[in-house]
Design a protein around this ligand. Structure first.
Ligand code: SF4
Ligand code: SF4
Length: 93
């Protein structure tokens, strides 16, 4: 499978509300309690399957072409990063 480079911004770890497998990690505001102040996962080596690209593909989207799946993941990631940058700019206004 292809992979895309995670820039480690932590954005996707701050919108976990509604993800059943991550319910126990939600601080109540969508932020994962396992996300460090440096925006890195503090349990990266033992993070839940749903946090792993391979797992998500195999368990939820096995009927989609893997390259298309990765493309979609990249698009979502880029969108989240753009929103995050925009949010940071809005806070400064
Ligand atoms: S939003 Fe993208 S760059 Fe940021 S942590 Fe998630 S996968 Fe990595
Ligand atoms: S367990 Fe780690 S990778 Fe998964 S949402 Fe929490 S901080 Fe992110």
């Amino acid at each position: 499978m292809l992979y895309f480079k995670c820039e480690k911004c932590g954005a996707c770890c701050q919108i976990i509300t509604g993800i059943t497998d991550l319910e126990e990690y939600d601080l109540g505001n969508g932020r994962c309690r396992m996300l460090g102040t440096d925006n890195l996962c503090t349990i990266y080596g033992s993070r839940p399957g749903v946090c792993k690209q391979d797992y998500v593909y195999k368990h939820f989207f096995p009927y989609i072409d893997s390259e298309l799946f990765v493309k979609q993941m990249k698009r979502i990631c880029l969108r989240l990063r753009e929103e995050r940058i925009k949010g940071a700019c809005d806070e400064r206004l």
